[in-house]
Design a protein around this ligand. Sequence first.
Ligand code: C5P
Length: 219
Amino acid sequence: MSHTIAIDGYSACGKSTLAKAMAKQLGYRYIDTGAMYRMVTLFFQRQSVDIEDEGAVAGALSGLEVDFVPGSNDALLNGENVEAEIRTLTVSRFVSPVAAIPAVRRAMVAQQRRMGADGSVVMDGRDIGTVVFPEADLKLFVTADLTIRTDRRLAELGASGKAPDRAAVAENLTERDRIDSTRADSPLKQAEDAIVLDNSALDLSAFIERGMALARAIP
Ligand code: C5P
């Protein structure tokens, strides 16, 4: 029997770290839906798409294929590995307005549902438990303090050779959360039946173990 685990929450609070670790231990497929919106954003930036222009958005969406490299899960945009490029602050600054566009969400949600229909998955994002898979077997809503989230994102960006300043990173996280939570279409919010995991005071292995204990309890 296949299972669906939905993991939602604010920006940089450890959702994908948890989702990846759980998928690996459970032998499920991991799907990073944030990477899909980041790929759309990169494509729109490259094509200089005016996001206020519905026709231009629809045209651009028809020329775009988002996928993942089997095994590594790197982001694949029209066959090109764009994993590093979609993580830059340039993409992070533009992604929330792009992800608020209903036509963009329709296209991504349809693809996410197809991917989830293929077998057991752990999917992370903002609207997985509320919109994409409201019938998920387990819904987690992850939170962490802004200071901790900023530190983690800075460490990630530093590790990949980019070193933006702390204020710029904190501002981007706050601004994305604001746009993501207040948009009209599928705003970020906790599903009523989601279990909240605050990892501010948890080390990584304890955090993953909490998620795994809940997954093991799925009937
Ligand atoms: O997860 P990540 O931080 O990479 O997501 C980037 C952005 O993509 C989010 O800030 C949000 O605007 C958008 N997103 C979304 N719905 C999802 C996943 C991500 O709107 N399911």
